[in-house]
Design a protein around this ligand. Structure first.
Ligand SMILES: C[S@@+](CC[C@H](N)C(=O)[O-])C[C@H]1O[C@@H](n2cnc3c(N)ncnc32)[C@H](O)[C@@H]1O
Length: 251
């Protein structure tokens, strides 16, 4: 794709299309390019939350926070702990809301990460489970943790292959309560096939495709990016690593 930007004429052309530089279309085009370059530069590997590295795009985390505050879930299930930043982020929201706790799963919780999480002030709000998120015994363990929770939110951020996310969706979507979501993160992979370190197969093999196919096969679930709580702009739609990620339980 050829981009050309002229700050004097205030025009941007993207392939065959031309927009005013100061337009919503230009902002979207620049954001998409920024996301792609930022992915290669590992922009998301530069943040931490309450002292723990968190591998997320800041806008995704802020949008997620809006939903958590609105839903006030009793339990947040997360697959993919890594250093633990996203689990700590969710736990900190629960702490501030005064309700809810986190059940997080990772196939390999590294010792130094576990030690830091065990010592973290928010640890009482986090249950950490080691094992594959799709192993039946792990899924059962998570289900047992939910108990009679009224509101359950799920975030899938582990192995991002289509096959694994599809298995996760089958296992965890039944735990999601009405009006809540199962978030199939990092589908932006599908736009990275031409980027350095991207793979051609990601066009199909990604969490967004798994989400789209899941809702096609399952009544009662729709893909619906949550509405913004506040918007005094003409913009709409998240600048996100999580396209087609927000699967809402509607029935
Ligand atoms: C993208 S990182 C998670 C990032 C984390 N949620 C954050 O925001 O900082 C992916 C994690 O998924 C874990 N993982 C990979 N395959 C898995 C599986 N089958 N089950 C559970 N976790 C898995 C990896 O060990 C890795 O820690």
């Amino acid at each position: 794709m050829q981009y050309s930007i002229n700050t004097v004429t205030r025009k941007i052309s993207v392939g065959e299309k031309e927009f005013d530089l100061f337009s919503d279309e230009a902002f979207r085009a620049l954001s998409d390019l920024w996301l792609t370059v930022g992915w290669n530069q590992k922009y998301t590997y530069t943040f931490s939350w309450f002292d723990v590295p968190m591998i997320q795009l800041p806008e995704d985390v802020l949008r997620y926070q809006e939903v958590v505050f609105r839903l006030k879930p009793d339990v947040i299930i997360e697959t993919g702990i890594a250093h633990g930043g996203s689990a700590v982020f969710s736990a900190s929201l629960c702490k501030l809301i005064g309700k809810g706790r986190v059940v997080a799963v990772d196939i390999d919780i590294r010792r130094h990460n576990l030690e830091r999480l065990e010592a973290h002030p928010l640890k009482p709000l986090m249950t950490l489970i080691e094992g594959s998120s799709t192993a039946p015994e792990i899924v059962n363990q998570v289900r047992a943790e939910i108990g009679d929770a009224e509101t359950v939110l799920v975030v899938l951020d582990s192995d991002h292959s289509y096959a694994h996310v599809t298995r996760e969706l089958e296992a965890y979507a039944p735990m999601v309560t009405l009006g809540s979501y199962i978030i199939s993160t990092d589908g932006y992979m599908r736009y990275l096939t031409e980027a350095p370190r991207g793979l051609p197969g990601w066009k199909q093999d990604n969490p967004a495709n798994a989400a789209v196919d899941f809702v096609f096969k399952h009544d009662g679930f729709v893909i619906e990016e949550p509405a913004w709580n506040f918007n005094e702009s003409s913009l709409h739609g998240n600048i996100t690593h999580w396209p087609d990620a927000w699967i809402k339980r509607v029935g």
